[in-house]
Ligand binder design. Structure first.
Ligand code: ZN
Ligand code: ZN
Length: 402
C-alpha cells in the first residue's frame, strides 16, 4: 500500500462522526485485499478486520475514523474543502483536525505488515476502525452493537493518538493517562420583560454571568492542590436584543478529571452552584441540567504499558520514547478494554517537525504556539509520523503475538 497517498486521500475527504461511509468503504476494501475477515457496519459505520493465525493471544488494535466540523486553514495541497451536514441539518466545513486520518493510515499499514509476516507470529489480530470518537461515543456504540459477539475477545487493547510532540516519537503514560470528560447542557429559567423594567423580571443573563464566575471556584476552592480538574463553560447564549430581558439562558459545560473521587466532587459542586445561583436570583423554576457526552478516565495498565514502552525503546532507541504525562484531553478507547476486562495501552505519537518543537522551546514559547489537535492549522508531518505509527503498532502487537 502507498500509505502516504492513502493518508492524503483520507485527509482530503474527512467525514463527521457516524458518517464515515467513504472512509469505512476504503478500510473494508483494504482489509479484504490483505486477506482479513471483514465485519462492516458494527456500531453503524465501524469496520473490523480479523486475522486468525493459529494459537496464541488476541490483540485488538484500534483506530478512530471521524473528523470535525472545522474549516481547514493549513494551506496544504491535500487540505480538505469538503462540506458536510451537521446533526441540525446545517452545512459545515469538515477537516481531519484531530489526525484520525493518521490513525487509520497507520493501522492499515500495521495490518499489512503483520499479514505479510504471518509465519513469524501466532495468535489473532483484531483491527478495529471505530466511528464517532469525537461525538457520539462510537466505542460504546460498537460494544452495544455486539462487537465482541462477532469478533474474538482481546487479551489486550492497543491504540495511539497523534499529538503535537516531535514526529518520530511514541510513548505511553502508565495509569490514568487521559481525563474523564462530562459535558452538560444547562438551561437557566428566568422571566423575560422590558429592559427598562428589570424589577418585573428575573434576569437570566445576570444569573448566567454569576453562575459562570462561581463555577470557576470549584477547581480553585474545592479541589486539592495535589489533584487536578478543569471546568470550562464553552458556550453561553441568552437574548436577542439590547432592550429585552430574555426568559432563559443556556450554558454548555465540560468537566475534566482524572479520578472518580475528584470527578464526583467537581460534578457535585457544579450541580450545587447552578441550582444555588438560580435560587439566589429568585428563579421560580429550577434549572434543567442535561448530560451530553461522557467519557471515562483513560487508564493505561501499568504492566502492559511498561512492556510497550520497552518495546518502543528497543525498536526506536530510548531517546525516541515519549513520556507524555497525563493529558487533559479525553478518549473513549477505554470502553473497548473495559467491556472485556482487558488491559489497555494507549500511547501518544509525535506528529510535529522536531526542529519546530525545538525552536519553539528555545524561543521560550510554549507548545501552544504549535497548532494543537482541533486547530484549523493542525497539520501532522506525514513522515516520519506514519512510519513511526505503523512500527509502533506492529512492535506493540508483537509483544503479545507470540
Ligand atoms: Zn479530537
Ligand atoms: Zn482524536
Amino acid at each position: 500500500m502507498d500509505l502516504e497517498a492513502l493518508y492524503r486521500d483520507l485527509h482530503a475527504h474527512p467525514e463527521l462522526s457516524f458518517s464515515e461511509h467513504r472512509t469505512a468503504g476504503i478500510v473494508a476494501d483494504a482489509l479484504a485485499g490483505l486477506g482479513l475477515e471483514v465485519h462492516s457496519g458494527i456500531g453503524r459505520t465501524g469496520v473490523v478486520g480479523v486475522l486468525r493465525n493459529g494459537d496464541g493471544p488476541t490483540v485488538l488494535l484500534r483506530a478512530d475514523m471521524d473528523a470535525l466540523p472545522v474549516r481547514e486553514l493549513t494551506g496544504l495541497p491535500w487540505a480538505s474543502t469538503d462540506v458536510a451536514t451537521d446533526d441540525a441539518g446545517n452545512p459545515v466545513p469538515v477537516m481531519h483536525a484531530c489526525g484520525h486520518d493518521i490513525h487509520i493510515t497507520c493501522l492499515l499499514g500495521a495490518v499489512e505488515a503483520l499479514a505479510g509476516s504471518r509465519d513469524s507470529w501466532s495468535g489473532t489480530l483484531v483491527a478495529v476502525f471505530q466511528p464517532a470518537e469525537e461525538h457520539g461515543g462510537g466505542a460504546q456504540v460498537m460494544v452495544e452493537d455486539g462487537l465482541f459477539d462477532r469478533v474474538p475477545r482481546p487479551d489486550v487493547v492497543l491504540g495511539q493518538h497523534v499529538t503535537p510532540y516531535p514526529a518520530g516519537m511514541a510513548g505511553a503514560h502508565p495509569g490514568p493517562a487521559m481525563a474523564a470528560v462530562d459535558t452538560m447542557e444547562v438551561t437557566l429559567h428566568g422571566r423575560g420583560g422590558h429592559g427598562s423594567r428589570p424589577e418585573t423580571t428575573i434576569d437570566p443573563v445576570v444569573m448566567a454571568a454569576s453562575t459562570v464566575m462561581r463555577l470557576q471556584t470549584v477547581v480553585s476552592r474545592e479541589v486539592a492542590a495535589s489533584d487536578t480538574a478543569v471546568v470550562t463553560v464553552g458556550s453561553l447564549h441568552a437574548g436577542t436584543k439590547n432592550n429585552i430581558i430574555p426568559a432563559e439562558a443556556t450554558l454548555g459545560i465540560s468537566v475534566r478529571s482524572f479520578t472518580e473521587e475528584v470527578r464526583t466532587r467537581v460534578l457535585d459542586g457544579v450541580h450545587r452552584i447552578i441550582a444555588a445561583e438560580a435560587q439566589a436570583s429568585g428563579a421560580t423554576k429550577a434549572p434543567d441540567m442535561e448530560w451530553g457526552e461522557r467519557y471515562p478516565v483513560t487508564v493505561n495498565d501499568p504492566e502492559a504499558t511498561a512492556r510497550v514502552n520497552a518495546a518502543f525503546a528497543a525498536e526506536f532507541g530510548a531517546e525516541r520514547v515519549l513520556a507524555p504525562g497525563a493529558l487533559s484531553g479525553s478518549e473513549d478507547v477505554g470502553n473497548l478494554a473495559t467491556a472485556v476486562g482487558a488491559p489497555l495501552v494507549y500511547w501518544m505519537l509525535g506528529g510535529v517537525e522536531p526542529e519546530l518543537v525545538r525552536s519553539a522551546m528555545e524561543a521560550g514559547a510554549t507548545e501552544t504556539d504549535i497548532p494543537s489537535n482541533h486547530s484549523p492549522y493542525f497539520a501532522p508531518l506525514p513522515q516520519p509520523t506514519i512510519d513511526t505509527g505503523v512500527r509502533a503498532l506492529v512492535v506493540a502487537a508483537r509483544e503479545w503475538l507470540a
